[in-house]
Ligand binder design. Sequence first.
Ligand SMILES: Cc1cc2nc3c(=O)[nH]c(=O)nc-3n(C[C@H](O)[C@H](O)[C@H](O)COP(=O)(O)OP(=O)(O)OC[C@H]3O[C@@H](n4cnc5c(N)ncnc54)[C@H](O)[C@@H]3O)c2cc1C
Length: 428
Amino acid sequence: MNIPLTSNPRVIIIGGGFAGLSLAKKLAKQELQVVLLDKHNYHTFQPLLYQVSTGGLEPDSIAYPIRKVLKDYTNFFFRLANVEEIVPKEKKVITDIGVLKYDYLVLATGSRTNFFGNASIKANSMVMKTIPQSLNLRSLILQNFEKALLKSDLNERNALMNFVIVGAGPTGVELAGALAEIKKGILPKDYPDLDIRQMQINLVQASDRVLPAMSEVSSKKAEHFLEKLGVNVWKDVRVLDYDGEMATTETDVYFNTATLIWTAGVKGATIKGVDDKKFLISGNRLKVNRFNQVEGFEDIFAVGDIALMTEEKFPKGHPMMAQPAIQQGKHLGDNLLRLMNNKKMRPFKYRDKGSMATIGRNKAVVDLPKFKFQGVFAWYVWMFVHLFFLIGFRNRVIVFVNWVYNYIRFDREARLIIRPYVKKVKNA
Ligand SMILES: Cc1cc2nc3c(=O)[nH]c(=O)nc-3n(C[C@H](O)[C@H](O)[C@H](O)COP(=O)(O)OP(=O)(O)OC[C@H]3O[C@@H](n4cnc5c(N)ncnc54)[C@H](O)[C@@H]3O)c2cc1C
């Protein structure tokens, strides 16, 4: 891997997401050798992936080169590598570019889509966890309309214009809202010879409300906003299967659709070697103590989505969101430095800053620990917070300018099929 030997302890961080990067910043310029490994050479700002999928933002504006974050840190090494296995007994990681020994290892690998064991849904649905996946979705949405134009068979045409989003958490809600806005403002102009009124956006939720992790008042308001935008909200409907053409549910509801987008769950992105059931807890997350140490190890830590830490206020672990990842990363940085200086580590305590979701122009819901609000002000707060946490000044400027432009012009100019998506109906 071409990493020099050093007398300083070596910390390997796997993952340059929210948790990994906030930890890395804390370890900068310390008497440590830090090696950051990621299978991408960029950090992805996942909260805005849905805007890439719907042509509102260019992918580059929500990605940031990891090497640029680390460029001034002399004690740092970045390697573009997929970590395949961890061997705790030998204190080493095995990657697709070689093997490296560690003194301390930090897993910040985030999460991956959870299909709850349904192979057919996994094989045939679209997901939105990475930029390439979002670009696939963007292409598919646009290709569907290009194809629909050519279909004389009404059922086939309608299936191409029927979108089913499974899971009404923030991702599903935001995507449904964005699709509804395209339906209203863009597609009728782009496809004047297609009856866009036939386009259906279905948001399907297994439980009895959208945004179940938010307050009831925000759920209700979000549902109201969605319905105002023309989204069909299906509650208490659990999707059972999807063969690439038809989605069946536990009820008598079914959907003939060419596009099913699965946003119904995530699970920890574990790695072989620490994926033994004894380390894992619900949602495939690694059980950690209040110092982020993985249960059973003193030298292996986990932060962010992959880590499950319980606190009195969070008996099921912290929410799989950016804030716990950022806070845990920073805190572990402090603790590792304490450890180096033979000081006692301090337990982590999550500062809940609330949650929010946007449904569309002037429509958002915000739950802060002390109060909740919805509507236009919430939308401004949502935009401000997202701009603030986006990495890189250039990205902030580009996203801001895009948002202003889209707002004034009712437009989304990145509706481009740059890399056509080849959809294969697969029998799982
Ligand atoms: C579509 C979407 C919308 C979201 N919206 C919001 C929101 O509005 N607000 C919010 O707070 N949260 C939101 N989240 C959740 C939030 O993005 C995550 O909680 C957060 O990214 C977790 O940070 P992390 O550092 O743990 O993992 P990540 O940010 O996912 O980073 C993990 C990194 O590890 C790398 N990696 C993984 N496995 C390996 C391996 N084996 N080898 C090498 N590298 C590896 C990945 O490439 C990645 O760079 C959203 C998530 C998604 C998918």
